[in-house]
Design a protein around this ligand. Structure first.
Ligand code: ADP
Length: 511
Protein backbone atom coordinates (compact mmCIF):
# COMPACT_ATOMS: atom_id res chain seq x y z
CA UNK A 1 0.00 0.00 0.00
CA UNK A 2 1.41 3.41 -0.96
CA UNK A 3 2.10 5.76 1.89
CA UNK A 4 1.59 9.44 1.06
CA UNK A 5 3.50 11.95 3.08
CA UNK A 6 1.92 15.35 3.60
CA UNK A 7 4.25 18.34 3.03
CA UNK A 8 5.57 19.90 6.24
CA UNK A 9 3.87 23.15 7.31
CA UNK A 10 5.59 26.29 6.03
CA UNK A 11 8.00 27.73 8.58
CA UNK A 12 7.47 31.19 10.04
CA UNK A 13 11.17 32.07 9.74
CA UNK A 14 11.07 31.77 5.91
CA UNK A 15 8.57 34.63 5.67
CA UNK A 16 10.93 37.57 6.27
CA UNK A 17 13.76 36.76 3.78
CA UNK A 18 11.19 35.98 1.12
CA UNK A 19 9.24 39.15 1.73
CA UNK A 20 12.43 41.28 1.85
CA UNK A 21 13.86 39.80 -1.37
CA UNK A 22 10.61 40.21 -3.24
CA UNK A 23 10.24 43.79 -2.06
CA UNK A 24 13.85 44.68 -3.02
CA UNK A 25 13.36 43.06 -6.40
CA UNK A 26 10.24 45.16 -6.95
CA UNK A 27 12.03 48.34 -5.83
CA UNK A 28 14.94 47.68 -8.25
CA UNK A 29 12.56 46.93 -11.13
CA UNK A 30 10.59 50.08 -10.41
CA UNK A 31 13.83 52.06 -10.27
CA UNK A 32 15.01 50.75 -13.67
CA UNK A 33 11.65 51.48 -15.26
CA UNK A 34 11.57 54.98 -13.71
CA UNK A 35 15.16 55.68 -14.93
CA UNK A 36 14.32 54.53 -18.47
CA UNK A 37 11.14 56.62 -18.55
CA UNK A 38 12.96 59.76 -17.27
CA UNK A 39 15.87 59.26 -19.74
CA UNK A 40 13.47 58.84 -22.71
CA UNK A 41 11.51 61.95 -21.66
CA UNK A 42 14.66 64.08 -21.39
CA UNK A 43 15.91 62.90 -24.80
CA UNK A 44 12.47 63.46 -26.36
CA UNK A 45 12.31 67.04 -25.13
CA UNK A 46 15.98 67.60 -26.19
CA UNK A 47 17.03 68.27 -22.64
CA UNK A 48 19.96 65.95 -23.12
CA UNK A 49 22.12 64.54 -25.90
CA UNK A 50 22.43 60.77 -26.25
CA UNK A 51 26.11 61.12 -27.25
CA UNK A 52 26.85 63.27 -24.23
CA UNK A 53 28.56 61.12 -21.53
CA UNK A 54 27.68 63.68 -18.78
CA UNK A 55 24.05 63.16 -19.55
CA UNK A 56 24.28 59.43 -18.81
CA UNK A 57 26.45 59.90 -15.76
CA UNK A 58 23.85 62.27 -14.33
CA UNK A 59 21.03 59.84 -15.13
CA UNK A 60 22.87 56.92 -13.50
CA UNK A 61 23.81 58.98 -10.43
CA UNK A 62 20.21 60.06 -10.06
CA UNK A 63 19.03 56.44 -10.42
CA UNK A 64 21.54 55.15 -7.85
CA UNK A 65 20.64 57.86 -5.37
CA UNK A 66 16.89 57.25 -5.62
CA UNK A 67 17.46 53.49 -5.35
CA UNK A 68 19.43 54.04 -2.14
CA UNK A 69 16.71 56.30 -0.76
CA UNK A 70 14.01 53.72 -1.63
CA UNK A 71 15.93 50.85 -0.03
CA UNK A 72 16.50 52.92 3.10
CA UNK A 73 12.85 53.84 3.22
CA UNK A 74 11.85 50.22 2.78
CA UNK A 75 14.12 49.01 5.55
CA UNK A 76 12.66 51.65 7.89
CA UNK A 77 9.05 50.93 7.01
CA UNK A 78 9.38 47.13 6.97
CA UNK A 79 11.48 46.91 10.12
CA UNK A 80 8.45 46.24 12.46
CA UNK A 81 7.39 43.47 10.14
CA UNK A 82 10.87 41.95 10.41
CA UNK A 83 10.79 42.12 14.21
CA UNK A 84 7.31 40.60 14.41
CA UNK A 85 8.25 37.75 12.14
CA UNK A 86 11.42 37.19 14.20
CA UNK A 87 9.37 37.12 17.43
CA UNK A 88 6.85 34.72 15.85
CA UNK A 89 9.70 32.45 14.75
CA UNK A 90 10.93 32.18 18.35
CA UNK A 91 7.47 31.86 19.78
CA UNK A 92 6.73 28.99 17.38
CA UNK A 93 9.89 27.27 18.65
CA UNK A 94 11.62 27.32 15.26
CA UNK A 95 15.44 27.48 15.06
CA UNK A 96 16.76 30.98 14.37
CA UNK A 97 20.18 32.73 14.04
CA UNK A 98 18.91 35.98 15.50
CA UNK A 99 18.13 36.74 19.12
CA UNK A 100 14.44 37.17 19.94
CA UNK A 101 13.46 40.85 19.96
CA UNK A 102 12.94 42.01 23.53
CA UNK A 103 9.63 43.88 24.04
CA UNK A 104 11.37 45.99 26.69
CA UNK A 105 13.76 47.52 24.15
CA UNK A 106 13.34 51.26 23.95
CA UNK A 107 12.83 51.33 20.20
CA UNK A 108 9.79 49.03 20.52
CA UNK A 109 8.30 51.30 23.14
CA UNK A 110 8.82 54.20 20.74
CA UNK A 111 7.41 52.55 17.62
CA UNK A 112 4.49 50.97 19.56
CA UNK A 113 5.53 47.39 18.87
CA UNK A 114 5.97 46.46 22.56
CA UNK A 115 2.35 45.22 23.25
CA UNK A 116 2.35 43.24 20.01
CA UNK A 117 5.58 41.45 20.91
CA UNK A 118 4.34 40.81 24.46
CA UNK A 119 1.13 39.26 23.11
CA UNK A 120 3.08 37.03 20.70
CA UNK A 121 5.28 35.68 23.52
CA UNK A 122 2.23 35.24 25.79
CA UNK A 123 0.40 33.18 23.18
CA UNK A 124 3.55 31.10 22.64
CA UNK A 125 3.85 30.10 26.29
CA UNK A 126 0.21 28.89 26.56
CA UNK A 127 0.53 25.09 26.30
CA UNK A 128 -3.16 24.34 25.90
CA UNK A 129 -4.38 24.22 22.37
CA UNK A 130 -8.12 24.76 21.86
CA UNK A 131 -8.44 20.98 21.44
CA UNK A 132 -6.74 20.38 24.82
CA UNK A 133 -9.03 22.92 26.36
CA UNK A 134 -12.09 21.17 25.03
CA UNK A 135 -10.83 17.81 26.31
CA UNK A 136 -10.09 19.19 29.76
CA UNK A 137 -13.58 20.63 29.93
CA UNK A 138 -15.07 17.30 28.92
CA UNK A 139 -12.97 15.42 31.52
CA UNK A 140 -14.09 17.89 34.18
CA UNK A 141 -17.70 17.34 33.19
CA UNK A 142 -17.38 13.52 33.29
CA UNK A 143 -15.61 13.55 36.66
CA UNK A 144 -18.15 15.84 38.28
CA UNK A 145 -20.93 13.68 36.78
CA UNK A 146 -19.34 10.56 38.23
CA UNK A 147 -18.96 12.18 41.61
CA UNK A 148 -22.63 13.06 41.82
CA UNK A 149 -23.65 9.58 40.65
CA UNK A 150 -25.02 7.12 43.21
CA UNK A 151 -23.23 4.30 41.39
CA UNK A 152 -19.73 3.66 42.69
CA UNK A 153 -16.97 3.61 40.10
CA UNK A 154 -13.39 2.48 40.62
CA UNK A 155 -10.46 2.07 38.21
CA UNK A 156 -7.53 -0.14 39.23
CA UNK A 157 -4.16 -0.20 37.48
CA UNK A 158 -2.22 -3.34 36.64
CA UNK A 159 -0.76 -3.34 40.15
CA UNK A 160 -4.35 -3.33 41.46
CA UNK A 161 -3.85 0.09 42.94
CA UNK A 162 -6.80 2.47 42.90
CA UNK A 163 -6.24 5.00 40.12
CA UNK A 164 -9.63 6.61 40.44
CA UNK A 165 -12.62 6.19 42.74
CA UNK A 166 -15.70 8.38 42.72
CA UNK A 167 -17.53 9.50 45.84
CA UNK A 168 -20.03 6.63 45.89
CA UNK A 169 -17.39 3.87 45.76
CA UNK A 170 -16.77 1.89 48.99
CA UNK A 171 -13.18 3.03 49.47
CA UNK A 172 -11.34 3.47 52.75
CA UNK A 173 -7.91 4.81 53.60
CA UNK A 174 -5.77 2.19 55.32
CA UNK A 175 -3.58 3.01 58.33
CA UNK A 176 -0.62 3.23 55.94
CA UNK A 177 -2.43 5.94 53.98
CA UNK A 178 -3.33 3.85 50.94
CA UNK A 179 -6.79 3.72 49.44
CA UNK A 180 -8.45 0.29 49.45
CA UNK A 181 -11.82 -1.21 48.65
CA UNK A 182 -13.91 -2.01 51.67
CA UNK A 183 -15.87 -5.15 50.86
CA UNK A 184 -16.86 -8.32 52.68
CA UNK A 185 -17.23 -11.27 50.35
CA UNK A 186 -19.03 -14.29 51.77
CA UNK A 187 -18.19 -16.21 48.64
CA UNK A 188 -14.84 -17.88 48.14
CA UNK A 189 -14.74 -16.36 44.63
CA UNK A 190 -13.98 -12.76 45.50
CA UNK A 191 -12.49 -9.83 43.57
CA UNK A 192 -8.93 -10.94 44.32
CA UNK A 193 -9.52 -14.49 43.09
CA UNK A 194 -11.18 -13.18 39.95
CA UNK A 195 -8.30 -10.76 39.29
CA UNK A 196 -5.78 -13.57 39.82
CA UNK A 197 -7.59 -15.59 37.15
CA UNK A 198 -8.09 -12.60 34.85
CA UNK A 199 -4.31 -12.08 34.70
CA UNK A 200 -4.21 -15.06 32.34
CA UNK A 201 -6.81 -13.69 29.94
CA UNK A 202 -7.15 -10.71 27.63
CA UNK A 203 -10.64 -9.70 28.65
CA UNK A 204 -12.84 -10.82 31.50
CA UNK A 205 -16.09 -9.80 33.25
CA UNK A 206 -17.70 -10.89 36.49
CA UNK A 207 -20.60 -9.95 38.70
CA UNK A 208 -21.34 -10.38 42.39
CA UNK A 209 -24.58 -9.67 44.21
CA UNK A 210 -25.34 -8.62 47.80
CA UNK A 211 -21.78 -7.78 48.79
CA UNK A 212 -21.67 -5.71 51.98
CA UNK A 213 -18.97 -3.22 52.94
CA UNK A 214 -19.42 -3.71 56.67
CA UNK A 215 -20.69 -6.43 58.99
CA UNK A 216 -24.34 -6.27 60.14
CA UNK A 217 -25.00 -3.68 62.80
CA UNK A 218 -22.02 -1.53 61.81
CA UNK A 219 -22.79 2.06 60.87
CA UNK A 220 -22.77 2.89 57.16
CA UNK A 221 -23.39 -0.70 56.07
CA UNK A 222 -24.32 -0.93 52.40
CA UNK A 223 -25.07 -3.85 50.13
CA UNK A 224 -23.82 -3.74 46.57
CA UNK A 225 -24.29 -5.55 43.32
CA UNK A 226 -20.83 -5.40 41.79
CA UNK A 227 -19.81 -5.62 38.19
CA UNK A 228 -16.13 -5.83 37.23
CA UNK A 229 -14.42 -5.84 33.87
CA UNK A 230 -10.79 -6.41 32.99
CA UNK A 231 -8.90 -5.61 29.80
CA UNK A 232 -5.23 -6.48 29.66
CA UNK A 233 -2.89 -3.58 28.84
CA UNK A 234 -5.61 -0.92 28.89
CA UNK A 235 -4.77 2.26 30.88
CA UNK A 236 -7.89 1.54 32.93
CA UNK A 237 -7.13 -2.16 33.25
CA UNK A 238 -9.81 -3.06 35.80
CA UNK A 239 -13.06 -1.15 36.12
CA UNK A 240 -15.36 -1.99 39.02
CA UNK A 241 -18.90 -0.61 39.29
CA UNK A 242 -20.91 -0.69 42.52
CA UNK A 243 -24.69 -0.51 42.44
CA UNK A 244 -26.05 0.35 45.85
CA UNK A 245 -28.90 -2.12 46.53
CA UNK A 246 -29.13 -1.51 50.27
CA UNK A 247 -32.78 -0.46 50.01
CA UNK A 248 -33.75 -3.75 48.37
CA UNK A 249 -31.59 -6.10 50.40
CA UNK A 250 -31.54 -4.47 53.82
CA UNK A 251 -35.16 -5.30 54.69
CA UNK A 252 -34.40 -8.96 54.05
CA UNK A 253 -31.48 -8.79 56.43
CA UNK A 254 -33.69 -7.16 59.03
CA UNK A 255 -36.32 -9.82 58.38
CA UNK A 256 -33.63 -12.39 59.00
CA UNK A 257 -32.88 -10.79 62.37
CA UNK A 258 -36.51 -11.05 63.32
CA UNK A 259 -36.84 -14.57 61.95
CA UNK A 260 -33.68 -15.59 63.81
CA UNK A 261 -35.18 -14.32 67.03
CA UNK A 262 -38.46 -16.15 66.35
CA UNK A 263 -36.60 -19.32 65.34
CA UNK A 264 -34.65 -19.23 68.55
CA UNK A 265 -37.88 -19.12 70.52
CA UNK A 266 -39.41 -21.91 68.44
CA UNK A 267 -36.51 -24.27 68.84
CA UNK A 268 -37.42 -25.25 72.41
CA UNK A 269 -41.05 -26.30 71.77
CA UNK A 270 -40.11 -28.09 68.53
CA UNK A 271 -37.47 -30.14 70.39
CA UNK A 272 -40.10 -31.13 72.91
CA UNK A 273 -42.56 -32.14 70.13
CA UNK A 274 -39.87 -34.26 68.46
CA UNK A 275 -39.06 -35.91 71.76
CA UNK A 276 -42.72 -36.88 72.40
CA UNK A 277 -43.10 -38.10 68.82
CA UNK A 278 -40.05 -40.34 69.35
CA UNK A 279 -41.64 -41.67 72.54
CA UNK A 280 -44.91 -42.37 70.71
CA UNK A 281 -43.14 -44.11 67.84
CA UNK A 282 -40.85 -46.19 70.12
CA UNK A 283 -43.06 -47.05 73.07
CA UNK A 284 -46.53 -47.07 71.65
CA UNK A 285 -45.60 -48.71 68.37
CA UNK A 286 -47.16 -52.02 69.38
CA UNK A 287 -50.50 -50.40 70.19
CA UNK A 288 -50.84 -48.45 66.90
CA UNK A 289 -52.45 -49.76 63.74
CA UNK A 290 -50.75 -49.25 60.37
CA UNK A 291 -52.64 -46.07 59.54
CA UNK A 292 -51.74 -44.51 62.89
CA UNK A 293 -48.09 -45.57 62.44
CA UNK A 294 -48.06 -43.86 59.03
CA UNK A 295 -49.51 -40.69 60.56
CA UNK A 296 -46.90 -40.68 63.34
CA UNK A 297 -44.08 -41.19 60.86
CA UNK A 298 -45.36 -38.24 58.78
CA UNK A 299 -45.53 -36.13 61.91
CA UNK A 300 -41.92 -37.07 62.69
CA UNK A 301 -40.78 -36.13 59.15
CA UNK A 302 -42.46 -32.75 59.39
CA UNK A 303 -41.18 -32.05 62.90
CA UNK A 304 -37.64 -32.93 61.81
CA UNK A 305 -37.89 -30.71 58.77
CA UNK A 306 -39.19 -27.86 60.88
CA UNK A 307 -36.26 -28.42 63.20
CA UNK A 308 -33.72 -28.26 60.35
CA UNK A 309 -35.30 -25.05 58.97
CA UNK A 310 -34.95 -23.52 62.39
CA UNK A 311 -31.31 -24.57 62.58
CA UNK A 312 -30.63 -23.17 59.11
CA UNK A 313 -32.09 -19.79 59.99
CA UNK A 314 -30.18 -19.59 63.24
CA UNK A 315 -26.97 -20.57 61.52
CA UNK A 316 -27.52 -18.11 58.67
CA UNK A 317 -27.78 -15.18 61.04
CA UNK A 318 -24.76 -16.45 63.01
CA UNK A 319 -22.77 -16.79 59.80
CA UNK A 320 -23.63 -13.24 58.77
CA UNK A 321 -22.10 -12.03 61.97
CA UNK A 322 -18.92 -14.01 61.35
CA UNK A 323 -19.65 -16.16 64.37
CA UNK A 324 -19.61 -19.49 62.65
CA UNK A 325 -16.80 -20.72 64.85
CA UNK A 326 -17.06 -24.41 65.45
CA UNK A 327 -15.04 -27.07 67.19
CA UNK A 328 -13.86 -29.92 65.07
CA UNK A 329 -13.29 -33.46 66.29
CA UNK A 330 -11.90 -36.55 64.60
CA UNK A 331 -14.90 -38.34 63.15
CA UNK A 332 -15.90 -40.48 60.20
CA UNK A 333 -18.38 -39.39 57.55
CA UNK A 334 -20.14 -42.74 57.96
CA UNK A 335 -20.45 -41.93 61.68
CA UNK A 336 -21.82 -38.43 61.00
CA UNK A 337 -24.35 -39.75 58.51
CA UNK A 338 -25.45 -42.53 60.86
CA UNK A 339 -26.89 -39.89 63.22
CA UNK A 340 -29.45 -38.81 60.61
CA UNK A 341 -29.71 -41.97 58.48
CA UNK A 342 -33.13 -43.02 59.83
CA UNK A 343 -34.55 -39.54 59.48
CA UNK A 344 -33.32 -39.31 55.87
CA UNK A 345 -34.80 -42.69 54.94
CA UNK A 346 -38.07 -41.64 56.51
CA UNK A 347 -38.10 -38.37 54.54
CA UNK A 348 -37.27 -40.11 51.27
CA UNK A 349 -39.82 -42.88 51.88
CA UNK A 350 -42.60 -40.44 52.74
CA UNK A 351 -41.98 -38.58 49.47
CA UNK A 352 -41.76 -41.74 47.37
CA UNK A 353 -38.01 -41.46 46.60
CA UNK A 354 -35.37 -44.15 46.83
CA UNK A 355 -32.37 -43.11 48.90
CA UNK A 356 -29.20 -45.09 48.29
CA UNK A 357 -26.25 -44.26 50.54
CA UNK A 358 -22.75 -45.64 50.08
CA UNK A 359 -20.25 -44.07 52.47
CA UNK A 360 -17.38 -46.57 52.91
CA UNK A 361 -16.50 -47.09 56.56
CA UNK A 362 -12.78 -47.35 55.77
CA UNK A 363 -12.45 -43.79 54.43
CA UNK A 364 -9.91 -41.69 56.35
CA UNK A 365 -11.33 -39.89 59.36
CA UNK A 366 -12.18 -36.20 58.93
CA UNK A 367 -12.21 -33.10 61.13
CA UNK A 368 -15.91 -32.52 61.73
CA UNK A 369 -18.51 -30.81 63.78
CA UNK A 370 -21.12 -33.55 63.80
CA UNK A 371 -24.22 -31.43 64.20
CA UNK A 372 -23.20 -28.95 61.46
CA UNK A 373 -22.02 -31.54 58.98
CA UNK A 374 -25.14 -33.64 59.45
CA UNK A 375 -27.10 -30.48 58.66
CA UNK A 376 -25.28 -30.23 55.32
CA UNK A 377 -26.10 -33.88 54.56
CA UNK A 378 -29.70 -33.16 55.53
CA UNK A 379 -29.95 -30.02 53.34
CA UNK A 380 -28.49 -31.66 50.24
CA UNK A 381 -30.53 -34.85 50.56
CA UNK A 382 -33.65 -32.83 51.35
CA UNK A 383 -33.11 -30.75 48.17
CA UNK A 384 -32.43 -33.86 46.07
CA UNK A 385 -35.74 -35.25 47.30
CA UNK A 386 -37.65 -31.96 46.83
CA UNK A 387 -36.35 -31.25 43.36
CA UNK A 388 -36.77 -34.73 41.90
CA UNK A 389 -39.75 -36.76 40.85
CA UNK A 390 -41.73 -39.49 42.54
CA UNK A 391 -39.87 -42.81 42.31
CA UNK A 392 -36.55 -41.02 41.63
CA UNK A 393 -33.30 -42.33 43.05
CA UNK A 394 -31.11 -40.13 45.26
CA UNK A 395 -27.58 -41.49 45.52
CA UNK A 396 -25.11 -40.47 48.23
CA UNK A 397 -21.48 -41.54 47.73
CA UNK A 398 -18.13 -40.65 49.29
CA UNK A 399 -14.50 -41.05 48.22
CA UNK A 400 -11.05 -39.86 49.18
CA UNK A 401 -9.48 -37.10 47.08
CA UNK A 402 -5.93 -36.40 48.32
CA UNK A 403 -6.11 -34.63 51.68
CA UNK A 404 -9.88 -34.38 51.41
CA UNK A 405 -12.88 -36.68 51.51
CA UNK A 406 -15.56 -35.81 48.97
CA UNK A 407 -19.25 -36.50 49.38
CA UNK A 408 -21.65 -36.32 46.43
CA UNK A 409 -25.43 -36.23 46.45
CA UNK A 410 -26.84 -37.05 43.04
CA UNK A 411 -30.41 -36.84 41.82
CA UNK A 412 -32.13 -37.26 38.48
CA UNK A 413 -34.66 -34.51 39.06
CA UNK A 414 -35.45 -31.14 37.49
CA UNK A 415 -31.83 -29.93 37.30
CA UNK A 416 -30.97 -26.29 36.72
CA UNK A 417 -29.92 -24.00 33.87
CA UNK A 418 -26.52 -22.25 34.10
CA UNK A 419 -27.88 -18.89 35.34
CA UNK A 420 -29.50 -20.61 38.33
CA UNK A 421 -26.31 -22.54 39.18
CA UNK A 422 -24.23 -19.34 39.35
CA UNK A 423 -26.57 -17.85 41.97
CA UNK A 424 -27.28 -20.93 44.03
CA UNK A 425 -25.18 -20.16 47.05
CA UNK A 426 -26.52 -16.68 47.64
CA UNK A 427 -28.65 -16.06 50.64
CA UNK A 428 -32.41 -16.30 49.93
CA UNK A 429 -31.82 -17.31 46.33
CA UNK A 430 -34.54 -19.57 44.92
CA UNK A 431 -35.03 -20.24 41.23
CA UNK A 432 -38.26 -18.95 39.67
CA UNK A 433 -39.35 -22.47 39.04
CA UNK A 434 -38.86 -23.70 42.61
CA UNK A 435 -40.43 -20.53 44.04
CA UNK A 436 -43.64 -21.40 42.26
CA UNK A 437 -43.70 -25.13 42.92
CA UNK A 438 -41.76 -26.16 46.05
CA UNK A 439 -41.75 -24.72 49.58
CA UNK A 440 -38.41 -23.52 50.89
CA UNK A 441 -36.42 -20.64 52.34
CA UNK A 442 -33.49 -20.21 49.95
CA UNK A 443 -30.90 -20.34 52.71
CA UNK A 444 -30.17 -24.11 52.87
CA UNK A 445 -27.34 -24.00 50.33
CA UNK A 446 -26.03 -20.68 51.61
CA UNK A 447 -25.60 -22.05 55.09
CA UNK A 448 -24.37 -25.46 53.85
CA UNK A 449 -21.58 -23.74 51.97
CA UNK A 450 -20.74 -21.65 55.03
CA UNK A 451 -20.55 -24.79 57.17
CA UNK A 452 -18.32 -26.58 54.67
CA UNK A 453 -16.02 -23.57 54.33
CA UNK A 454 -15.80 -23.32 58.09
CA UNK A 455 -14.53 -26.92 58.00
CA UNK A 456 -11.83 -25.82 55.53
CA UNK A 457 -13.55 -27.55 52.58
CA UNK A 458 -15.43 -26.46 49.47
CA UNK A 459 -18.67 -27.08 47.61
CA UNK A 460 -19.49 -27.48 43.96
CA UNK A 461 -22.42 -28.43 41.78
CA UNK A 462 -22.93 -30.01 38.38
CA UNK A 463 -26.37 -29.81 36.89
CA UNK A 464 -28.17 -30.33 33.60
CA UNK A 465 -31.62 -28.85 33.27
CA UNK A 466 -34.21 -31.59 33.05
CA UNK A 467 -31.69 -34.34 33.86
CA UNK A 468 -30.62 -33.79 37.44
CA UNK A 469 -27.95 -32.37 39.71
CA UNK A 470 -24.96 -33.53 41.71
CA UNK A 471 -23.93 -31.46 44.72
CA UNK A 472 -20.50 -32.30 46.15
CA UNK A 473 -18.64 -31.10 49.20
CA UNK A 474 -15.16 -31.79 50.52
CA UNK A 475 -13.82 -31.78 54.07
CA UNK A 476 -10.16 -32.19 55.00
CA UNK A 477 -8.93 -35.50 56.39
CA UNK A 478 -8.20 -35.28 60.08
CA UNK A 479 -4.53 -36.16 59.53
CA UNK A 480 -4.02 -33.18 57.19
CA UNK A 481 -5.31 -30.59 59.70
CA UNK A 482 -4.53 -32.23 63.06
CA UNK A 483 -1.56 -29.89 63.71
CA UNK A 484 -3.55 -26.74 63.00
CA UNK A 485 -6.37 -27.93 65.25
CA UNK A 486 -4.04 -28.71 68.14
CA UNK A 487 -2.68 -25.12 67.98
CA UNK A 488 -6.18 -23.67 68.38
CA UNK A 489 -7.68 -26.19 70.82
CA UNK A 490 -9.75 -27.75 68.06
CA UNK A 491 -11.29 -24.46 66.94
CA UNK A 492 -11.65 -23.98 63.17
CA UNK A 493 -9.95 -20.54 63.21
CA UNK A 494 -6.91 -21.64 61.21
CA UNK A 495 -8.98 -23.50 58.64
CA UNK A 496 -11.23 -20.71 57.45
CA UNK A 497 -9.68 -19.42 54.28
CA UNK A 498 -12.46 -17.04 53.31
CA UNK A 499 -14.40 -14.56 55.29
CA UNK A 500 -14.71 -10.88 55.87
CA UNK A 501 -12.03 -8.61 54.54
CA UNK A 502 -11.13 -5.74 52.32
CA UNK A 503 -9.06 -5.70 49.25
CA UNK A 504 -5.81 -3.81 49.27
CA UNK A 505 -3.74 -4.11 46.12
CA UNK A 506 -2.86 -7.78 45.86
CA UNK A 507 -3.98 -9.02 49.21
CA UNK A 508 -7.14 -9.99 50.94
CA UNK A 509 -6.97 -8.97 54.57
CA UNK A 510 -9.24 -10.51 57.05
CA UNK A 511 -11.17 -8.08 59.22
P1 ADP B 1 -34.61 -23.98 49.25
O1 ADP B 1 -34.49 -25.42 48.82
O2 ADP B 1 -35.18 -23.84 50.60
O3 ADP B 1 -35.29 -23.15 48.24
P2 ADP B 1 -31.76 -23.95 49.04
O4 ADP B 1 -30.78 -22.91 49.44
O5 ADP B 1 -31.57 -25.29 49.64
O6 ADP B 1 -33.16 -23.35 49.39
O7 ADP B 1 -31.76 -24.06 47.48
C1 ADP B 1 -31.75 -22.89 46.70
C2 ADP B 1 -32.32 -23.15 45.31
O8 ADP B 1 -31.43 -24.02 44.61
C3 ADP B 1 -33.63 -23.87 45.31
O9 ADP B 1 -34.69 -22.99 45.44
C4 ADP B 1 -33.62 -24.56 43.94
O10 ADP B 1 -34.00 -23.61 42.97
C5 ADP B 1 -32.15 -24.87 43.73
N1 ADP B 1 -31.81 -26.28 44.06
C6 ADP B 1 -31.19 -26.72 45.18
N2 ADP B 1 -30.96 -28.03 45.12
C7 ADP B 1 -31.45 -28.45 43.94
C8 ADP B 1 -31.51 -29.72 43.25
N3 ADP B 1 -31.05 -30.83 43.82
N4 ADP B 1 -32.05 -29.76 42.02
C9 ADP B 1 -32.52 -28.63 41.43
N5 ADP B 1 -32.51 -27.42 42.01
C10 ADP B 1 -31.97 -27.32 43.24
Amino acid sequence: MAVTKSSPPEQVRSFWPRYRNRSLFLIICMQIIATLVVSCALLLFHLGQPDNPYFWVTILAFAAASLGVNVLLFSQLADPLKELSNALTHSAGEPSDTAPPSPNAKRFEQNGLKPLLQRIYELGTRDESPADNKLAKKAELVLSGLDSSTTGFVILDNQRKILYANAAAPVITTPSGERALELIFDDSYNLTTWLDQSDDSVRSNYQWTRIPNKIPGEEGRKLYDISASYEKGSIAETVVTFFDRTKEYQPEDEDLDFIAFAAHELRGPVTVIRGYLDVISDELAGQLDDEQKELVSRLIVSANRLSSYINNILNASRYDRRHLKIHLQEDTLAGVYATIADDMQLRAGSQGRILSVDIPKDLPSVAADRASLSEVFGNLIDNAIKYSNEGGVVRVTARQDGDFVEVSVEDHGIGMPGNVVSNLFHKFYRSHRSRETVAGTGIGLYISKAIIESHGGGMRVRSVEGQGSTFSFTVPTYASVADKLTQTHNSNENLISQGSGWIKNHSMFRG
